[in-house]
Design a protein around this ligand. Structure first.
Ligand code: PPS
Length: 443
């Protein structure tokens, strides 16, 4: 066990207070001092990691898709049948028909109603819920990855962030399962296997993000994460044929610029002055692509199959547990983490607390996606780091630099523009309804 604890199988990144991940042992110094050849080797290591992950996923995907194809091509459903296996297979491959009205059961039943006030309260709840959950999650995750477990010279750090991702997914799966069981709200709408697409892309986006941070500079990280709204809009066109108004693209661009200006002005790059390499760019593009697909696919599944948000959380995390456990088992990360837990019981407690904050975060993610769609969700996630830093500046009385103040102003102007444009569109629509003849004459 000591050997396992002393030598982690994979050196991963720490996670900063805001939830951003950064390089392990002083990433920037490391990057500057290692000879070029070693740096190249390090660059190649992500490709290897990627290949191993893919092998792990394909072990599940190939037989599963073969089975799905076989069942679909047979007259399995027409033949009918009974028994648990028949029902399980039917649910996984065909799913139930969604009721036309959908299931209105909500995780927050007190937040019902479609009036402007009710919507504003729902939006505020989602923003605060995501903000509090992911702020706590970020702080705890950083503590666990930087904390030394053990006494004196024997003290060691835990170095496998993939295990933390696995634990977050399993906790979310259990909590959503218990909720469905207790409230008897199970809704097996739509083919179950289709939820695996969002799970796989979520895991890939998380992996790309962790890996990318070893190869991108601080401004590139900030720019990449702050510009996430634009790929979400593009992906929305591909996945759900969604069209966006021009002003929405302007708002997305303004928020990207504003958040980038703010975070580069306030963020310290002492942890990461790595230069951006081609690998870093590829991984960052991978992160944005997978991340935007995840939110859009989830939103598509909500619309198509009217799944309640806790059911979506259960379905997606069921696959996530499967997809994260296989690479962990293959790489030896699982054995390492379990051994670490046995040697350091306090580590197990810390992981449990992180998982709980991740569970509340996920409850808000799925609720926000179901209620407001992928663009509003991404807007909240993109602005959340800026809002938390801004809040701490206000609380501790720190003065903002002019660049940071400009960034905040641009973001707030963008949000105001969005609210105003939506209000105008709503007003025009209601005028058209009350006075259709006048409107058509004017046209
Ligand atoms: N759509 C969707 N569905 C499920 N889970 C999601 C989704 N979007 C983000 N996440 C999870 O939220 C955690 C923070 O994500 P990000 O670092 O990308 O957030 S941010 O927008 O950059 O602030 C991160 O958790 P970890 O993977 O455990 O690190 C993401 O996986």
């Amino acid at each position: 066990v000591d050997d396992v604890v002393a030598a982690a199988p994979s050196e991963k990144q720490k996670v900063t207070v805001s939830g951003d991940k950064h390089d392990g042992e002083g990433g920037h110094d490391h990057a500057h001092h290692i000879p070029h050849r070693v740096h190249n080797e390090e660059e190649e290591s992500w490709v290897q990691g990627f290949v191993w992950n893919m092998v792990g996923y394909l072990i599940i995907i190939i037989p599963a898709s073969f089975l799905i194809r076989m069942v679909k091509n047979s007259n399995f459903k027409e033949q009918g049948g009974q028994g648990k296996w028949y029902q399980l297979l039917t649910c996984c491959i065909f799913g139930n028909e969604a009721s036309p009205t959908g299931n209105k059961r909500s995780i927050f039943p007190c937040l019902s109603g479609d009036t402007t006030t009710a919507t504003a309260i729902k939006l505020a709840t989602c923003t605060i819920g995501l903000q509090v959950s992911y702020l706590t999650w970020g702080v705890l995750q950083e503590k666990v990855m930087t904390h030394k477990y053990g006494e004196g010279t024997q003290a060691v750090k835990f170095k496998n962030s993939e295990f933390l991702v696995f634990m977050n997914r399993i906790a979310a799966f259990i909590v959503a399962g218990l909720y469905i069981q207790i409230t008897r709200s199970g809704q097996w709408n739509g083919p179950f296997y289709r939820f695996s697409f969002a799970s796989l892309s979520n895991i890939c986006s998380s992996w790309c993000q962790y890996e990318a941070l070893r190869f991108v500079s601080f401004p590139t990280q900030v720019l990449g994460k702050a510009s996430k709204m634009i790929p979400v809009m593009i992906m929305g066109r591909v996945v759900s044929k969604k069209t966006y108004q021009y002003y929405e693209y302007v708002v997305a661009l303004m928020i990207s610029v504003g958040v980038s200006l703010f975070l580069t002005a306030t963020g310290s790059d002492k942890h990461n002055s790595t230069e951006t390499t081609v690998s870093g760019l590829i991984l960052m593009i991978g992160y944005m692509g997978f991340d935007s697909f995840t939110a859009n696919w989830q939103s598509h599944m909500f619309t198509e199959y009217k799944v309640p948000s806790m059911q979506m959380m259960f379905n997606v995390n069921c696959f996530s547990c499967l997809f994260t456990s296989v690479p962990l088992l293959i790489s030896g990360g699982m054995t390492y983490a379990l051994a670490f837990m046995m040697v350091h019981p306090s580590f197990a407690t810390h992981v449990g607390i992180i998982s709980l904050t991740s569970v509340t975060g996920q409850m808000f993610i799925f609720y926000t996606l179901a209620e407001f769609g992928p663009l509003v969700f991404t807007t909240i996630m993109v602005t959340r780091n800026m809002l938390s830093i801004l809040l701490s500046c206000i609380i501790y009385g720190h003065v903002l630099t002019s660049q940071a103040a400009l960034g905040v102003s641009v973001v707030f102007c963008a949000l105001f523009l969005q609210i105003y444009a939506k209000y105008r569109i709503k007003q025009k629509k209601s005028q058209q309804v009350t006075n259709p003849r006048e409107q058509s004459d004017m046209a």
